[in-house]
Design a protein. Structure first.
Length: 422
């Protein structure tokens, strides 16, 4: 396996190998099942990252995989650029129904970043404005355009400053500032996540988003809601905006990660019919946004398999019971370690743990590193570095939770010993 790693170092990304080696492990994962990854040494890793949250039912869920393999063996037209992909209408109909956005139409794409860029394009065409308003700690992908949709300059290091001239930022939670900026009437769109994935779990309440939507309507600014990470049952309902009891209808809403249970890249943009018409209804622009693998039949079929599976099995209620148990245990840890844990927050199968202290980002990294060295994978919030993010699957068991909690408490105890003044 060392030969394989050396070949990867030579031919792919030596810097990533170096980063992993700095963590004292450079795992080559060759098996994945349920909540676990298995490396080349035969060691199992408890995975609370799950492909950045895309493996909603854990790795390789049996029924979805069976349907995926069945489709692979068919003579399906995988890519149909001058036709219509089989299953696409059925999938979009289900997504509209689950989203309760009955005045919207869908466009199927490949990645979340691609769909966000499409939403921005449509908003700029319909408003004839170029400026965009985004949250400083928001995150919407790493394409050349989307790195500008976050206020964290880390993602733009090395890029010319002029790239950001048409972007302005507000703060999720600062309603007055957001309303003030929208009222200037200079923005094509305000782009926001219901719950910030990289921003440590910050969110807009139903009352706040109602005022934001009203301000957008008065200013002629389109509201783009990014549910790439939070959508498709991640937070307990089909949309995080539903979990937060939002009653507004955004002009655009984007779904991606969880749509195919991790089997194939797929994203869907839901746009209001008027917005859709402004962009795609122009003569010669019927397909003015897309890419080679947009809406391919294998990805669409995988998404339909997930939809059917979620409808026919009691995955959600069972899973949420276990995740509620995890949420309560995290709250209890905060009470046990009040000098170390600033806060915990849970939204269905999405959890955050924020560390307190002057060097809270260093302490959070220590916890991340301790867990990694003990073969437990969690994520750090890059735009809120004192916060750890957990995106375990809905199929999580109490045993998985207890394993994680035991190691996390060991990490906290080790942190006290290493940093006695925390």
């Amino acid at each position: 396996m060392q030969r394989f790693i050396q070949e990867y170092r030579n031919c792919v990304n030596p810097y990533w190998v170096g980063a992993l080696e700095a963590l004292d492990h450079c795992p080559v994962f060759n098996e994945a099942k349920g909540s676990y990854l298995t490396d080349d040494k035969g060691d199992t890793w408890l995975d609370f990252v799950m492909g950045y949250g895309s493996a909603l039912l854990g790795h390789n869920p049996q029924e979805i995989r069976a349907n995926f393999l069945e489709d692979i063996c068919k003579d399906l037209p995988i890519i149909t650029p001058f036709g219509i992909a089989p299953g696409s209408a059925a999938l979009c109909s289900k997504v509209i129904e689950k989203s309760a956005l009955h005045n919207h139409q869908c466009w199927i794409m490949t990645t979340g970043a691609e769909a966000i860029e499409c939403a921005v394009k449509v908003a700029q065409v319909s408003t004839q404005r170029s400026n965009l308003l985004c949250n400083r700690t928001g995150f919407h992908g790493l394409s050349i355009h989307n790195v500008n949709l976050t206020g964290n300059a880390h993602w733009r290091q090395g890029l010319p400053n002029f790239v950001c001239d048409h972007i302005d930022y507000t703060h999720c939670g600062n309603l007055a500032l957001t309303l003030e900026k929208i009222s200037t009437r200079k923005f094509a769109a305000y782009v926001t996540e219901p719950i910030e994935g990289m921003g440590g779990g910050q969110y807009w309440s139903a009352e706040q988003i109602e005022k934001i939507k009203s301000a957008c309507e008065q200013a002629g600014t389109r509201l783009i809601v990014d549910e790439v990470m939070t959508g498709v049952w991640r937070t307990g309902r089909f949309l995080a905006s539903q979990s937060l009891n939002w009653s507004i209808e955004p002009d655009h809403l984007v779904l991606s990660k969880n749509l195919t249970a991790g089997f194939s890249p797929l994203s869907i943009l839901l746009s209001s019919s008027s917005e859709y018409r402004h962009f795609f209804g122009r003569a010669g622009f019927e397909k003015a946004h897309g890419s080679t693998f947009c809406g391919n039949s294998i990805a669409v079929s995988s998404a339909l398999s997930l939809m059917t599976y979620m409808e026919e099995h009691d995955v959600l209620s069972k899973g949420l019971t276990t995740h509620h148990y995890l949420a309560e245990k995290l709250k209890a840890l905060k009470k046990t370690y009040p000098h170390m844990i600033e806060s915990t927050a849970s939204f269905g199968a999405l959890h955050y743990i924020s560390v307190k202290g002057a060097d809270s980002d260093v302490l959070a990294y220590y916890l991340f590193n301790f867990l990694f060295c003990n073969r437990v994978l969690v994520n750090m919030c890059a735009n809120c570095p004192n916060t750890l993010k957990l995106t375990p699957p809905l199929t999580l068991t109490l045993e998985h939770v207890d394993t994680f909690l035991s190691l996390f408490e060991s990490a906290l105890e080790a942190l006290v010993e290493t940093f006695p003044h925390t």
